[in-house]
Design a protein around this ligand. Structure first.
Ligand code: ADP
Length: 802
């Protein structure tokens, strides 16, 4: 008790011991071992004086020789009750009794024994405490401490009796704080708190937290115990079941069943040997073990694989041609090449190799032609989609030791087909990815390469499987996305976009009959006129293939079937102009032909995944300071192309009749409408050049002309891609003349007959050649906005009517 001694000790020097991981509270007894020389020295010193010692905790336990700064200033002045020298080393066990809180004003860290100059820290009663509140907190603390003791059987239960014997707040707080394994920081904080009520609250919070932690610990240990019990029980049950089964001979039955299947399996000897070995392992497993389940699924997968099971292929070329013609309209070149390919197979079946790759926009019939080939050659058909595969294991499987392991897609496909010589369509080979999980294209190469695929190894199956009998056909939208090593081994057959006329024929001959049949309609019940189909093609779909067209026809079939079933009508005849009721408002507006020449507005041609499109360029020239503005969501290549066009024009100012410093006195703005659609590529080069020249010279652009071509700094016109699709778009939009790069002349061969007959093509090697063809009137900057009637200008440039 601080009592009257306070006065005599205040500010006095007392020997001091730095505690590690402990705090002593006033009125509490505590024993601990002292070993450090300085501490032993201090104790000895205290023994010589009045048995008083100042105990303060160290901030960092690991510091062996603490300085003043390493020790908390607030500690407890204690009386030494007992000192016992321990037999081992220089260890001394002391029992002390806390007397009062004190603050060290200074610490003298003499290695022979620390001393501190301390002042007592009396409790502060700063406010009138509410007794009932104190009482409530106190009771709650005692009750929580009781709970704590119950949860910790190793704690002595009498402790609570001690407490109940003296239910004074200060005593209770010191007692519980001393006896519970709180962190030193928490205990120190309580020691440093001088307002008793605050100490009580701190203790309350700490106890609450401690109890919550103990509760979670208890739940965890209960759960583990339960799991252990369950595992043990399962084990006994399994062993028992195994015993019963072996008594009944059931285990042997399963083994026998597997053995019979393995022996009867039409597969190479190596396969049967391996499977028997795995069966042996299965027998050694305890019943129901995870390993047994893996082995069973392994055996099941291997037994299901069609090692030598095959369908009788036929390569009857005339029949094959008939089937291909039956299923598909047009696609003559594609059919021709497929038949050639089959002919080679027929003549020399032993020749390995030949891997077909059908490349073309979506909906152009790649998958369906592969299906026809399967029908024509009497092979089973399987489709495997490769889009978005990043993981090698998707192709080649996971080792069977992985949880949930399965064979890869190739062998799964073979299992689905049920024969070892199916036709396997690998869709979207251009969408394969590769990352840290391995490169699927390498695994795919092993499966497809005729040189190595006769012993394809799947990680799961772990046995070589002969894939050389499989007829692989891969499909892709974009040849550039196909991994190079794969591309090198494939024979690429390109399918290009359909013209509107081709789409009409496909719809009439194939899609409509197919959809009618699907919806249970007879030909008399639903008729769709040619004009109506044309309108669907033009106003409801914009695509290279016929997928959307097929979908729209299916929608009409549904409406017809619905109407007939409900008895609203007996048959439906769909005519052009009446589609809105069935399909809703038109989704695409036709590109209207232009009737007048405009300044700075040129029709370009673009190629997108849905086919060709017309792409206008607008150029405005306004007085300014030489700024160039490019808008319309353009890619870098397109922007560079615009800069090249401007530089070319600057080098030709004289010929074009422009002021040599036009670019310094004007701001030029080049814009491509539909700003939300990203655009890129070099093929708008000449389009931008002509639009710029038109805007700068004031000469209007001929309204019925469109153009495409890359431009160089010197005005040369370089070839571009997608001519077939671009020219289709030009025709659709009412254009009559199309300027194309001279180097693209050979590509005119690939262009559709109707398009060729309706358009005039002008090949150009240099921009200079097309100026007078593309621009009307004489240079005149004055009448910029005037509308100029279209003259029939004969150009000096060579024209080719193809
Ligand atoms: P892809 O695999 O190229 O994306 P699909 O083979 O799925 O395209 O073709 C989409 C639909 O169009 C199929 O129903 C297909 O039968 C039909 N189709 C495509 N081209 C033709 C064609 N030339 N003749 C008949 N039907 C076709």
């Amino acid at each position: 008790m601080p009592e009257k001694k306070n006065k005599t000790i205040e500010g006095s020097r007392i020997p001091m011991v730095a505690l590690r991981g402990l705090c002593v509270f006033p009125e509490m007894l505590m024993s601990f071992d002292v070993e450090r020389p300085a501490s032993v020295g201090a104790l000895a010193q205290a023994g010589k004086e009045n048995q008083l010692i100042f105990l303060a905790a160290q901030r960092d336990l690991s510091v062996e020789v603490p300085e003043a700064a390493d020790i908390y200033e607030v500690g407890t002045v204690c009386r030494i009750r007992q000192q016992l020298r321990q037999p081992r080393g220089n260890v001394c066990r002391v029992m002390v009794e806390g007397i009062y809180r004190a603050r060290a004003l200074s610490i003298d860290s003499d290695p022979k024994g620390y001393t501190a100059r301390v002042v007592p820290l009396p409790d502060r009663k700063i406010r009138q405490e509410d007794d009932t509140r104190t009482e409530a907190l106190l009771r709650s603390c005692i009750s929580m401490y009781d709970d704590y003791l119950h949860m910790n059987p190793e704690q002595v239960n009498e402790q609570i009796i001690n407490l109940l014997a003296r239910p004074e707040p200060d005593y209770v707080v010191s007692y519980i704080a001393q006896n519970l394994p709180f962190q030193v920081e928490a205990k120190q904080a309580m020691l440093e708190t001088l307002v008793p009520m605050d100490r009580l609250k701190q203790l309350h919070d700490l106890l609450k937290r401690e109890l919550a932690v103990l509760e979670i610990e208890r739940q965890l240990s209960e759960a583990t115990q339960e799991q252990m019990n369950r595992n043990q029980r399962d084990y006994y049950l399994r062993e028992e079941m195994k015993l019963i089964q072996s008594e009944l001979g059931e285990d042997a039955e399963e083994t026998e069943e597997y053995r019979e299947k393995i022996l009867a399996l039409d597969a190479p000897q190596e396969v049967r040997d391996k499977l028997l070995k795995e069966l042996g392992r299965l027998n050694k497993q305890p019943f129901g073990s995870a390993e047994a389940a893996v082995l069973r699924s392994y055996l099941d997968v291997c037994l299901e694989l069609p090692w030598n099971k095959r369908s009788q292929e036929t390569v009857d070329l005339s029949k094959a041609r008939k089937i291909l013609d039956e299923d598909h309209f047009g696609l003559e070149k594609v059919k021709e090449r497929i038949l050639e390919y089959l002919a080679v197979k027929q003549l020399s079946p032993e020749i390995k190799g030949g891997l077909l790759c059908l490349v073309g926009p979506p909906g152009t019939g790649k998958t369906s032609i592969a299906m026809s080939v399967a029908r024509a050659t009497n092979r089973k058909l399987v489709r495997v989609s490769l889009g978005g595969i990043h993981d090698e294991a998707e192709i080649r499987g996971h080792r069977k030791t992985y949880i949930g392991a399965m064979p890869g897609r190739i062998l799964s496909g073979i299992t689905t087909a049920g024969t070892c010589n199916p036709l396997m369509v690998l869709d979207e080979i251009d969408k394969l990815g590769s990352d840290y999980r391995g490169d699927p294209s390498a695994a795919l190469l092993e499966a497809l390469d005729p040189e190595q695929n006769s012993s394809f190894r799947d990680h799961f199956v772990e046995l070589p499987f002969d894939l050389s009998q499989v007829f692989f056909i891969t499909t892709a939208n974009d040849i550039r996305g196909i991994p190079r090593p794969l591309l090198d081994r494939m024979e690429v057959i390109e399918l290009s976009s359909y013209t509107d006329e081709e789409k009409l024929q496909i719809a009439k001959r194939h899609l409509l009959p197919k959809q009618r049949k699907k919806h249970g309609l007879k030909a008399v019940q639903l008729k769709i006129g040619d004009d109506a189909i044309r309108e669907i093609i033009r106003s409801y779909t914009r695509e290279s293939g016929v997928r959307l067209l097929e979908r729209e026809l299916a929608a009409i079939c549904r409406k017809a079937a619905g109407g007939i079933a409900e008895g609203r009508f007996k048959s439906l005849s769909v005519k052009a102009g009446k589609l809105e009721e069935l399909l809703g408002p038109a989704r695409f507006k036709p590109d209207l032909p232009r009737t007048r020449g405009e300044i700075g507005l040129v029709r370009g041609l673009a190629y997108t995944s849905v086919g060709g499109e017309v792409l206008d360029v607008e150029v405005a020239v306004v007085p300014g300071s030489g700024k160039l503005e490019l808008t319309g969501n353009l890619g870098d290549v397109m922007k560079e192309s615009a800069r090249a066009a401007i530089t070319y024009i600057r080098s030709r100012t004289q010929v074009l009749g422009l002021a040599p410093d036009f670019y310094q006195k004007n701001d030029i703005h080049i814009h491509f409408p539909e700003g939300a659609v990203p655009k890129d590529g070099p093929s708008a080069g000449i389009t931008m050049t002509i639009a710029l020249i038109s805007a700068l010279t004031g000469r209007p652009v001929r309204p019925d002309i469109a153009m495409t071509g890359e431009i160089t700094l010197r005005g040369r016109v370089l070839p571009i891609g997608g001519l077939r699709e671009k020219t289709m778009a030009a025709l659709r939009s009412g254009v009559k003349t199309v300027i194309i790069p001279r180097d693209n002349l050979p590509d005119l061969e690939t262009i559709d007959q109707t398009v060729r007959a309706s358009l005039q093509f002008v090949p150009a090697e240099h921009v200079d050649e097309i100026l007078d063809l593309a621009l009307m009137g004489e240079p005149s900057r004055a009448d910029k906005d005037s509308v100029v009637a279209m003259p029939h200008s004969e150009s000096a440039a060579a024209r080719v009517q193809v």
